[in-house]
Write a protein that binds this ligand. Structure first.
Ligand SMILES: Nc1ncnc2c1ncn2[C@@H]1O[C@H](COP(=O)(O)OP(=O)(O)OP(=O)(O)O)[C@@H](O)[C@H]1O
Ligand SMILES: CC(C)(CO)[C@@H](O)C(=O)NCCC(=O)O
Length: 418
């Protein structure tokens, strides 16, 4: 899963693997379906050329020039677990000793060492469990503000983060930092939140729908024999929605209803054919059911998103959340919907780290504690020098659509206070 970009400190993959250790700044987003983890690990005891040239010393870049700060070179890791398997998540944190990062910072007050930033409903629901199993206190950060902080961070800091996807064409979009706001952020998790973003910490949740990722996976599980979300997604790839969806042409005898702008192939009624055909569920191919379901939900989200963009005169709609999964057909359906309804006026954009907005936002919240400026400087590293690269995960399972957004990491350099 090597990505595009240049390594920040010119370390080889092997060196990075050997050197990687000290974990700092763990943040969690515990959602209705998935737990997302983001953590930073710096590199120590390296023998790279950079160190020989005095740039890296115990993973600390001494070239900063500012004595109040030091640079740490390392990796920002992204890991996810199913919320129903929270035990696995706790085991992972425990085995990697992610929750002990404060122990390495001798100057951190004892009270800071066991406090972890966490967002999502699970930060409330599972607070006692984390305290009991790991001895950590979850410092709850508002979910919507984390989504916004995460999206703003990615859009400003990471090169080639946002892209459009239509008719099989993926195109990266260069984001002008001066011209980012306002935009609509549509986070498609278990449910869907739509947020009008006007600035760094300026936003309003303007809408939402309960028909989201949980609906696709929940109904899909009931209607097909799929055992995993990725299996359902893969199945949908091979299906044909016209077998179950009632098209305009089915109603109009094969012709368009051009007077109101509907072609004969437009879906008139999702799953509508199942009414008149009198077939049992088993008589439909699971692939076709999965395809209709994905199309129905993606279309609906695209349409509600567009209506909200219209409501506030927003031209750009960024879609995040783990439902999207970088899945071509999902993105294509949403994009075509937004393009169709807005008559080309509004654009659907997608994010490479779509599923980690909330966790990144919680991670950024450490800045507010005053003991680190990690993310701020990380941002500048990427925006000014265009340096980022991606690496494989932590040996955890990844799916057929795996990318950096699953279990992976970004190599980066961050600045922290001395
Ligand atoms: N491996 C997976 N297991 C379960 N769902 C997955 C998986 N991969 C992708 N998904 C999709 O991602 C959705 C969850 O997305 P996300 O993690 O962004 O939301 P969440 O934070 O769990 O939910 P919410 O924000 O509503 O509490 C699921 O409903 C499903 O559609
Ligand atoms: C409840 C949350 C915010 C939890 O993440 C999310 O699942 C959601 O936005 N659901 C949609 C709820 C609604 O607006 O109808």
């Amino acid at each position: 899963m090597e990505g595009d970009g240049i390594k920040v400190a010119k370390l080889g993959e092997k060196e990075l693997k050997e050197c990687e250790d000290q974990v700092s700044h763990l943040a969690l987003d515990i959602g209705g379906s998935l737990i997302k983890i983001v953590y930073f690990s710096s590199i120590s005891s390296c023998s790279s050329d950079d160190q020989k040239h005095g740039v890296l010393k115990d993973g600390i870049d001494t070239s900063s020039g500012n004595l109040n700060y030091k640079f740490l070179t390392g990796r920002l890791h992204f890991v996810k677990f199913e919320t129903s398997k929270i035990g696995e998540c706790i085991k992972f944190i425990s085995s990697k000793r992610l929750h002990h990062y404060g122990d390495q910072d001798d100057e951190a007050p004892a009270s800071d060492k066991s406090i972890i930033k966490a967002t999502g409903g699970g930060a409330f629901k599972f607070a006692d469990l984390f305290k009991e199993k790991l001895g950590i206190i979850l410092d709850k950060v508002d979910e919507m503000s984390c989504l916004v902080a995460g999206a703003n961070f990615l859009l400003k800091a990471v090169q080639r983060e946002a892209f459009t996807y239509m008719n099989g064409q993926k195109e990266y979009v260069q984001i002008d930092h001066e011209d980012l706001y306002p935009y609509l952020l549509v986070n498609v998790g278990s449910g869907v939140s739509m947020i009008k973003v006007d600035g760094d910490n300026e936003f309003e949740r303007v809408s939402g729908t309960s028909v989201g990722g949980g609906t696709f996976w929940g109904l899909g599980k009931l209607l097909t024999k799929c055992k995993s979300f990725d299996e359902l997604l893969e199945l949908s790839h091979q299906g044909n929605n016209r077998v179950i969806d009632m098209l305009v042409g089915d109603i109009y005898g094969g012709t368009d209803y051009s007077k109101i702008g509907l072609t004969s192939t437009t879906i008139a009624s999702s799953f509508g054919k199942a009414v008149s055909e009198n077939k049992e569920l088993e008589e439909y191919r699971a692939e076709d059911v999965a395809r209709s379901l994905l199309r129905m939900i993606s279309n609906n989200i695209g349409q509600i998103a567009y209506l909200n963009a219209l409501r506030f005169g927003l031209k750009r709609i960024f879609f995040g959340g783990f439902f999207i999964r970088g899945h071509e057909y999902t993105m294509d359906t949403i994009s075509v919907g937004v393009h169709f309804w807005s008559k080309g006026e509004a654009k659907a954009l997608f994010l490479r780290h779509e599923g980690f907005l909330g966790a990144l936002g919680a991670f950024r919240n450490y800045e507010k504690n005053g003991f680190t400026d990690v993310t701020h400087e990380f941002m500048e590293q990427h925006s000014s020098k265009a340096k980022s690269s991606f690496c494989a995960g932590d040996g955890l399972q990844s799916s057929t659509h795996a990318d950096v957004k699953d279990n992976g990491c970004i190599e980066c350099r961050v600045q922290v206070r001395n």
